[in-house]
Design a protein around this ligand. Structure first.
Ligand code: SF4
Ligand code: MSK
Length: 631
């Protein structure tokens, strides 16, 4: 039997973090631990969502003595408006990311720098959108598809296209409830209009608009981001890689790419592998270049190149604190503004590349897709030049790292299912073997574990405990974002993790030759999970809210997560949260997010800040769905 011991525990991860934190204190560097301590006793108005500054008569804060703002808005109106604004910011982030990628698709040409890598996917999407494909140059098709994709943002009439990918019963629900999104920008603008002073004060109207906006994200911006990224850089395939801080190397030039946009990180990875750069490194007596990923950028390049993953969200400072990073290049989202200052404690160059994420103290190199290769090569050369300034007395790289098998988009899941029963029925494929396994009880269900880590709770602990308990209970886990990286760095994404599973799930892992935690990508790729759930419901012949498949974000922190959670419940699936959304100052809003949405679409939030209880809730929820189906 394989050595099942070799998991990295959260305690071991914490020991490395503590050691790096102590070094930070010695160097007088500022880290999230100190800042979180200084921010303790969070503002109760902020936590409850009951502070409003939507006009200059305020800010108004709701208390028992002052139950209304100056305009008369009560706690429910204020909390609902703030919540809808969070959804807007989340929707905007992933969607604007997708917009940039569509522009890159529009610029593709055979000689590069960006080309079409997955022609089949492009043709499929072109057909779906009625773009002519016969006797046409692939780049002409790509450019027209890009234009159609860009229409999804601001079309003046009509409605969004991707929601019609959902099974008919779900489409009917969106129609019945009037939440089928029209266009991404339109839903965001409508939401901001509704929340302007003197407009909506009705939590129900604001929640419904939140669902519609979130759907423009999940079945819009996010899905566009995923599809177009696959077309540009290839649909991910299975790779063996490694994760955690131990992937940094003592004797190599270490470059960390961090953020979300693969347009930038792909260029850095390609540049670092080019002959010109390798020769340059050799001329400087440097053994090699070690590009590693952090946060969701890590997920993107691990799934397409096997590039190793140095860590998740709360490890961004740790990577710099090793003293072994020559350059950290960032693009967009989840980047601490604290990083440039921290980098100055070492020789590390900190480079921002996007006008969307400008940070004081950083070197700013505005990345332009048309000059991507030259810019990326220049940056890698700068990192090489910086190697000689590394102060070895300041270097400490934790040894801890784990192997992981990554890269399971829906196409790969189908392929692995096909290997069991050869049930491939059409171009999309079939999930019937998975449905049969769930019906038979070999698998009890599946949980999508997603999201960030968060100092409000013990970082990474909830992910680890919840995943391990689910596996023991024969529940398959699919993961994205920083949750996926927790599974990577602890070893739960190795195929050997099957020895942590119940007998049924272990059998499934053996038959399909997969790990029990399937890596589906970055946070933008939760759209893949929507299509997975949709495919299961389709092949089962039941509604999405009936399948024993749920979402869980135990340690979420971002506005993107609020929007994601809303598109998941709008798709009929329950979402289990380990951090409470900031609306608890309104009893009506608490009722809306836990029960109200369920009456509309079948999905709602279950909130429990105790991970042991939360996983119990998940298992109970899955068993209840099974019971309702009579299985
Ligand atoms: Fe106060 Fe109303 Fe203005 Fe908000 S919109 S700040 S509640 S007066
Ligand atoms: S990077 S949104 S911390 S998952 Fe996508 Fe991680 Fe959460 Fe950012």
């Amino acid at each position: 039997m394989a050595d099942v011991k070799k998991f990295t525990t959260v305690e071991e991860l914490e020991a490395d973090t503590t050691k790096l934190y102590e070094r930070a204190c010695e160097l007088c560097a500022d880290t999230w631990q100190q800042r979180a301590e200084a921010q303790k006793n969070h503002c109760k108005f902020g936590e409850g969502g009951i502070c409003c500054k939507n006009c200059s008569m305020g800010p108004c804060r709701i208390t028992p003595k002052a139950p209304k703002g100056i305009c008369g808005a009560d706690a429910h109106a204020i909390a609902a408006r703030n919540y809808l604004r969070m959804i807007c910011a989340g929707t905007s982030s992933h969607s604007d990311h997708a917009r940039e990628i569509l522009h890159v698709l529009h610029e593709t040409k055979p000689e590069g720098p960006y080309i079409v890598r997955d022609e089949q996917k492009l043709i499929r999407l072109a057909r779906e959108w009625d773009v002519a494909v016969d006797n046409r140059d692939i780049y002409s098709i790509a450019h027209e598809v890009a234009e159609k994709g860009l229409e999804e943002f601001g079309k003046s009439f009509g409605e969004m296209r991707f929601p019609s990918r959902a099974i008919e019963s779900q489409q009917a629900i969106w129609r019945r409830e009037g939440i089928w999104p029209r266009a991404i920008d339109r839903e965001v603008v409508t939401s901001l209009h509704m929340t302007h002073m003197g407009n909506s004060a009705d939590p129900e109207a604001l929640i419904r608009q939140g669902m519609r906006t979130a759907l423009s994200h999940g079945w819009g911006g996010s899905m566009l981001g995923t599809e177009i990224t696959d077309i540009l850089f290839g649909t991910p395939t299975v790779w063996e890689t490694e994760g955690n801080l131990g992937v940094l190397e003592n004797d190599l030039v270490n470059i960390v790419v961090h953020g979300h946009d693969p347009v930038f990180s792909e260029a850095i990875v390609t540049a670092a592998e080019s002959k010109e750069i390798l020769d340059y490194a050799k001329s400087k007596n440097i053994k090699g270049i070690n590009v590693v990923g952090l946060c969701c950028t890590a997920n993107e390049i691990a799934m397409r190149h096997g590039v190793r993953m140095v860590g998740n969200f709360l490890q961004q400072e740790n990577a710099i604190l090793t003293g072994a990073v020559e350059m950290m290049c960032v693009d967009i989202q989840c980047i601490f503004p604290a990083l440039p200052q921290l980098a100055q404690c070492f020789h590390t160059k900190f480079v921002t590349s996007s006008p969307i994420a400008r940070i004081p103290g950083a070197d700013y190199v505005e990345f332009n897709p048309s000059t991507a290769s030259e810019q990326a090569k220049l940056l890698v050369k700068q990192a090489i030049d910086n190697f000689e300034y590394r102060d070895t007395s300041k270097v400490w790289i934790p040894e801890s790292k784990q192997t992981a098998v990554v890269g399971y988009p829906t196409e790969q899941i189908i392929k692995h299912l096909d290997a069991i029963t050869n049930s491939h029925v059409d171009e999309i494929g079939s999930y019937r073997p998975a449905v049969d396994a769930i019906k038979a009880g070999v698998l009890r269900g599946a949980v999508a574990i997603v999201g960030c880590n968060n100092p409000r709770v013990r970082p990474d602990f909830s992910h680890y405990e919840i995943i391990k308990t689910l596996l023991k209970n024969d529940i398959l886990v699919v993961a994205t974002g920083c949750a996926a990286q927790l599974a990577t760095k602890t070893g739960l994404m190795r195929k050997e993790a099957k020895f942590e599973c119940g007998a049924g799930l272990r059998r499934v892992c053996d038959l399909m030759d997969i790990p029990p935690v399937l890596h589906m990508g970055a946070c933008v790729d939760i759209s893949r999970m929507m299509l997975l759930a949709n495919g299961i419901a389709r092949d089962w012949g039941i509604n999405l809210d009936q399948i024993p498949v749920v979402g869980c974000a135990p340690e979420w922190m971002s506005e993107k997560a609020v929007s994601i959670a809303n598109y998941v419940v709008s798709t009929g699936l329950d979402v289990y949260l380990g951090i409470e959304p900031q609306v608890n100052g309104s009893s009506q809003m608490m009722e809306w997010i836990t029960e109200g949405t369920r009456k509309l679409t079948g999905g709602g939030f279950i909130i429990n800040t105790d991970p042991e209880q939360l996983v119990k809730n998940i298992i109970d929820g899955i068993e209840a769905k099974r019971k309702a189906l009579g299985i």
